[in-house]
Design a protein around this ligand. Sequence first.
Ligand code: ZN
Ligand code: FE
Length: 251
Amino acid sequence: MQITTLRAFADNYIFMLSGDAGPETAAVDPGDAEPVFRYLQTSGRPLTAILNTHHHRDHTGGNRALLERFPGIAVFGGAGDRGRIPGQTHFLVEGEEFSVCGARARVLAVPGHTKAHIAYYFSADGGGHLFSGDTVFGGTIGNLFEETPGVMFQSIQKIRRLPPETKIWCSHEYTLQYVRESAGIDPGNKRLALRLRKLEATDPSGAPTVPLTLEEERATNPFFRWDDPALAGRLGKDPGIDVFLRLCEIT
Ligand code: ZN
Ligand code: FE
């Protein structure tokens, strides 16, 4: 399976998945149909599926126009998003698996940003791929619009248990802004300071920082470091959920 990154709006990403053997092509979170149409025209491929992580318009706003051009294609989304994702045909729950673009996707329920938010995990040699929508960003996590910090903590724990070499394809380019903010929260973290220096040395209009790697988020994203004694001490908490909850308060 090949993955191509498209930009949309100010800072959204749309990911195009294409099968190695056939013409199968899927769009992950097509908030805008136009970049998808351009990609399909250039590549000469048909669209055969849409994978939505959650119902927000910047992730689903292109569904209708894509379905008009490609009627009857599968539209995957969380079971709890029934009625909120345009054209949804598949209502997925935790642990469910399905085939798309010649690969096997496993569904992770990751409520937090929204109640019904899901992520798609594709295992692969040398590191699988996680399409995580607005759950994780470089250096931070998504806003908690429909759930409590405690629920998001469960979801982040679930993601942290994936293999460290997992590539994380998140839906927004926020990395520089939040790695900078995180460096202020966790100033003793040398790996985080190094990450910030590298980002600041890079042309801000340049290449995407996505995919992230789980290994780097585990080492530098405070929300993945609730059990780090130094960070906990700095926040005046015991290592564990209290660190995560405190981070939700101060960011
Ligand atoms: Zn969202
Ligand atoms: Fe979003």
